[in-house]
Design a protein around this ligand. Sequence first.
Ligand code: SF4
Ligand code: SF4
Length: 395
Amino acid sequence: MWSNSWRLPVNSTGSNLPELPATPEIGLPLWLLAELTYRCPLQCPYCSNPLDFAQQGQELTTEQWKQVMRQAREMGAAQLGFSGGEPLVRQDLAELIGEARSLGYYTNLITSGIGLSEAKIEAFKQAGLDHIQISFQASDEEVNNLLAGSRKAFAQKLEMARAVKAHGYPMVLNFVTHRHNIDQIDRIIELCVALEADFVELATCQFYGWAHLNRAGLLPTRAQLERAERITNEYRARFEAEGRKVKLIFVTPDYYEERPKACMNSWGNIFLTVTPDGTALPCHGARQLPIAFPNVREHSLQHIWYDSFGFNRFRGYEWMPEPCRSCDEKEKDFGGCRCQAFMLTGDAAQADPVCSKSPHHGVILAAREEAEHATAPLSDLSYRNERNSRLIARG
Ligand code: SF4
Ligand code: SF4
C-alpha cells in the first residue's frame, strides 16, 4: 500500500538560514508521459529528445509498458500521453491504447502524423483513444518539409489532420514557432481555421535538447515575439466576436520572461515520464542532469516515485540555495526549471536564470541580445537525426 502522506524532512530551526515553508505533501503522479520510442522519421532541429538519443538502450516491450501503465494507474495516474520520438513506429500502439482504456486512462496521442493512416485512426478509435494532437513545422510547405527533413511531410500532415477530424476527434494542432516561422503566425492561424481545428497550440520553442543546441538559430527577437502575440490576440478577439469556438494557446518562451515557470508544477509532484528504455524521470528533460534516475525494469513505480533519490532530489524547498531560499515567490515557481538551471549554469540547484533575481540572469540577457543580430539560415541548424546524434555522443 502506498502512502501519499510521505514527507521530506522540514527545515529545522536554530540555523541562520531563513525559515522555510513546510514541505508540501508529495502529490500523485496524475500525468504519465510514455515516451514509447526515440525513433522518428523526421528531424526537427528543436526536438526535445536527448542529443544522444541514438545511443540509448533497448525499448521497453509491450508487456513492460503495460506493467508501467498498471502501476501508475494504481498510484493515481489519470492522464496518459503516448509520445516519442514518433509513437506511431511502435507496432503495438493500438494494443497499448486498448490496455490504457481498460485501465481507465484518458489517453492522448502526440504525433507528427507521419505513419498515420485512416486505418490506424479507426483502429485507435476502436481501441479507445481519446485525443490526437498533430504537430506541424510551418504553414508553408517548403519550410515545413525543410525543417522536417521530408518532402512528403506537409501533404501527409494535412491529409491526416482532416482524417482525424472526420473520425470525430477534437482537432488539436501544435506549431512550434521560432525565428524562421513566427512571422507567418497569421498564415499558421489561417491554416488551422481552414482545417477546422478546435485547439491550436502556438508554442514558441523552449530551449531543451536539440533546441538548446540550435538556440542561436531559433530564438526569435523580442519584436518578432511581440508581433506574433499581438496578431494572435487580434485573431482571438475576432473569433470571439464571430462566435467561433477555436481556442488559440500562445506559449511565450522562457527567455523573454522575468520569472520562471513553475516547471512541472514542481519536481516529482504531478508528472511522471518514462523514457523508451524505461528510465523514469520527473520531467522529459531531466535525463541530461547528473543524477542516476531509476529504471522501471529494476524498481516499482511506487519505489521510484516515493523513495528514489532522483525523484526526491528537488522536492520541497530544503535543497534551495539563495536567492530562492529566502524569496517570497518560491511557493509560486519552486525556483523554476532544474534542467534550465543546469544547462545555463552547470548547477541544477541554482535558481533558474530566467529569473531576474538570479545572479546568472545575464546569460538570458546575452541570448536575447544575440537573437537581435543572429543571421543563421535554416541550413545551418543541427538537425535531429541518428547520424548527428551519434556524432554528438562520440564528442
Ligand atoms: S519534434 Fe520532430 S524529430 Fe522530434 S520526435 Fe517530434 S517529430 Fe520527431
Ligand atoms: S529567486 Fe527563485 S524563487 Fe524567487 S522568483 Fe526567482 S526563481 Fe523564483
